[in-house]
Design a protein around this ligand. Structure first.
Ligand code: SME
Length: 149
């Protein structure tokens, strides 16, 4: 297991810490450890509504605190149930801009008992920075998160 995964596991397994705080700590860890992860946040389904609500995040404040299903990269993943890697956001028509500095984005869904309940969203100021290892690590992380939510 990589050092980063080990540190993520430590956060996820820490006793007497609320889920919100664990997710916040994950955002902080990525912000500190991966130079091209410039905004990391979580969105979760808003009850029975077909919309996502912004949860813990680290990075610039965003106008997109509520995202309807189908809208933008995040809304797309809420419906597609699949990881979406966008190497260059200018090439993506269904995109909600949070910051003019954002050049690329990756969104990975989080499932609970087979239901898509949320996602991790990472924006980068670099074009095409996300590696296959990043994707695998984030998909692993979302599976681990599903065990604690
Ligand atoms: N760019 C996202 C919106 C969320 S922000 O990146 C924080 C999208 O297109 O859904």
């Amino acid at each position: 297991m990589s050092d980063l995964k080990r540190r993520l596991s430590t956060i996820l397994e820490s006793p007497n810490v609320k889920v919100e705080e664990k997710l916040q700590n994950i955002c902080t860890l990525f912000d500190q450890e991966i130079a091209y992860f410039n905004w990391t946040g979580f969105y979760f389904k808003n009850g029975d509504k077909e919309e996502l609500l912004l949860g813990p995040y680290v990075g610039a404040a965003t106008d997109h605190t509520v995202i309807p299903y189908g809208k933008g990269i995040c809304g797309h993943v809420a419906v597609s149930n699949e990881t979406f890697v966008v190497p260059d956001v200018t090439k993506e028509s269904n995109y909600l801009s949070c910051s003019i500095d954002t050049k690329s984005e990756i969104v990975v869904p989080i499932f609970k008992e087979g239901i898509n309940v949320g996602q991790i969203d990472i924006d980068s100021h670099k074009i095409d920075p996300f590696t296959v290892e990043d994707r695998e690590m984030l998909e692993w992380l979302c599976k681990e998160i599903s065990k604690i939510i």
